[in-house]
Ligand binder design. Structure first.
Ligand SMILES: [Zn+2]
Length: 266
């Protein structure tokens, strides 16, 4: 299962990278090789946090859930397949809530904005997370697993689907508009996520979903009314290439001089 998921992920990344060159959705700001290499470097630090922190914690907790029949879904004695489907849906919804928190809680935004600081939005942005965000999110993941009652198999299924989903919707691939319009009814697409990565606050405060778009519909945060050529991707504080170097990106969250105000929008 693991190697199938890994092969599928690498294949998807390669295919998206190819189509990002052939049919880009937005104009590439930085040289693609440079931004990809930077994103992969930032991602490798995040990957270390996942391997040494998230994976061991998640493995222990999902095993505990399975053995003790702990958490919401374990109350019902559902067929395995159905339980996995519910777990994936609930994990997807709670990730929507976590995503909102990473923007609205100043301490979390310190880290999540490193993901947003990429001047382009491409498949490699999907894995460009600050290692601090990955480390902190372990606490939230533990809460998800225990509350929902996520079994090891359900977690793995969700993680594999989520990974393919984020590669897809961060990508800079131009799909036919009619196809995207259809897909947007169900899943997050590159145009939708492009609006979330805008430097403008009112555009950034939309399209928080990571898998199914139903959560944005239900919360009234779905937006597909911004043409991609009108979007500037990034974060206001980091507008040039010299401001988004690897070292600056990795160190910025620990900068005590930065004033992180709680951003209330209406
Ligand atoms: Zn975000």
């Amino acid at each position: 299962m693991k190697w199938i998921s890994a092969t599928l992920s690498i294949g998807t990344f390669a295919a998206l990278y190819f189509f990002e060159r052939r049919k880009p959705l937005r104009r590439q700001i930085e040289q693609k090789e440079i931004s990809t290499a930077r994103n992969l470097a930032i991602a490798s630090a995040a990957g270390t946090a996942i391997i040494f922190l998230e994976n061991p914690v998640a493995a222990k907790l999902t095993k505990f859930v399975e053995e003790k029949r702990f958490g919401l879904l374990k109350v019902f004695r559902l067929p395995k397949v159905l339980e996995t489907v519910f777990a994936v849906v609930l994990l997807d919804y709670t990730l929507y809530l976590w995503h909102v928190l990473t923007h609205k809680v100043p301490f979390l935004w310190r880290f999540h904005r490193i993901h947003h600081a990429d001047l382009d939005l491409t498949a490699s942005t999907a894995i460009r997370f600050h290692f601090g965000e990955m480390a902190i999110s372990v606490l939230f993941r533990a809460g998800q697993i225990l509350l929902i009652g996520v079994s090891p198999n359900a977690l793995q299924t969700w993680q594999s689907l989520l990974f393919l989903s984020i590669l897809f919707h961060h990508s800079n691939v131009r799909l036919p508009k009619t196809l995207e319009d259809k897909l947007q009814k169900f899943i997050v697409t590159p145009r939708l996520h492009g609006i979330h990565h805008s430097v403008k606050n009112d555009e950034q405060d939309s399209n928080w979903s990571s898998g199914l778009t139903v959560w944005d519909y239900l919360h009234g945060t779905f937006r597909n009314d911004v043409p991609q050529n009108e979007i500037t991707i990034g974060v206001k504080e980091f507008e040039t290439e010299s401001e988004v170097t690897i070292s600056k990106m990795l160190l910025k969250p620990f900068d005590s001089n930065t004033n992180y105000q709680l951003r209330i929008t209406n």
